[in-house]
Ligand binder design. Structure first.
Ligand code: ATP
Length: 314
């Protein structure tokens, strides 16, 4: 299978006020085109840092990341990210349709944007909600909108950071099945970070188990379950039960809780880091928006100029 994503010898050290902190030691793995790979690891081990480096939001201290052969330097155009916090990633002043169309403003005509958004909303079962605003929808529906928005963009790689962590258990199951359906129908390459061991086995073709901080790959497990999965029978199957036990064993689940002061330090960094990420993602979005606006104004100006010339030459 051709590698869509290749991470080689990746390491990242943050320079903080209280000294340097190595979040990722040495990570290497590949994700083939059309694969769905889940990443699990202890809290604070560097999963978000990994996603940030892949999405080009931060430059790793060492190693290399390539997306279909090209080194990632800055946010790649053919990559979409779905974050956990749907309520903050959708624009409340835009309709569902407007939110899904938003990242398509660059390079696509209005009609193409409409078609793509309508298609993506149909994939996630939200055609009827196209004219509503995000705040008129349930949490699960809002996360479907976030997924539709990512899919409408037709990314080569879809990154998902704890995408179903903020919804109730039943909605989580529905969204997991939705992801499997969409992925099977559209052959999308997906990398999902999750804290949920069962979810990693249920969704993945492979589960990448990371060590505690600084992260390295402890195991790269192939999930030998049929492609068609079912929330009841799959989870009861021997293979599923054995795999989830293996992942739990590798994660050393049940070990004594880490030192409280250490935990607090991790949490403080995380709050700062998430704020910075959101700001950067916003800036990136705003820059694209401004560029699209500029292009559209220019285009409108050109059309007007042509029309004027036409008029004068008649
Ligand atoms: N800006 C920063 N400066 C210093 N250290 C940081 C910074 N951001 C993150 N860290 C540290 O790097 C390590 C990895 O953080 P990261 O958020 O990537 O972990 P994570 O696995 O995603 O955590 P969780 O599973 O709890 O979401 C943690 O020890 C964290 O405290």
């Amino acid at each position: 299978m051709t590698a869509m994503l290749e991470v080689t010898g990746l390491g990242h050290t943050y320079q903080a006020k209280d000294g340097a902190h190595t979040a990722i030691a040495d990570l290497s793995f590949r994700v083939g085109a059309g694969e769905l790979v889940c990443v699990v690891g202890p809290s604070g081990c560097g999963k978000s840092t990994l996603l940030r480096t892949i999405s080009g939001l931060i430059r790793p201290s060492k190693g290399e990341i390539t997306l279909h052969g090209d080194e990632v330097r800055g946010v790649p155009d053919d990559l979409a990210v779905v974050f956990q916090d749907y309520s903050r990633s959708l624009f409340p002043w835009l309709t569902v349709q407007g939110n899904v169309e938003f990242p398509l403003r660059r390079g696509l005509s209005r009609a193409q944007r409409r078609t793509r958004a309508a298609e993506a909303l149909e994939w996630v079962g939200l055609s009827a909600a196209a004219r509503k605003h995000p705040w008129q929808l349930s949490g699960g529906m809002q996360q479907r909108v976030a997924i539709a928005r990512a899919l409408a963009y037709r990314p080569a790689l879809l990154l998902m950071d704890e995408p179903f962590a903020s919804v109730d258990a039943q909605t989580r199951f529905e969204l997991e099945d939705l992801l499997l359906k969409v992925r099977a129908e559209h052959d999308t390459t997906v990398l999902v970070v999750t804290h949920d061991i069962d979810e990693s086995v249920y969704l993945g073709d492979r589960v990448l188990v990371l060590s505690g901080s600084p992260a390295s790959v402890v195991a790269d497990l192939r999930v030998d379950l049929p492609a068609r999965r079912d929330q009841v029978t799959t989870r009861e199957s021997e293979t599923f039960v054995a795999l989830r036990a293996e992942v739990a064993r590798l994660l050393n689940v049940g070990k004594p809780a880490e030192d409280v002061a250490d935990r607090r330090r991790v949490d403080e960094h995380r709050v700062d880091e998430h704020r910075a990420d959101e700001r950067r993602a916003d800036e990136h979005r705003a820059a694209r928006w401004a560029e699209a606006e500029r292009a559209e104004t220019e285009r409108a100006g050109l059309v007007a100029a042509h029309e004027r010339d036409d008029l004068f030459s008649r």
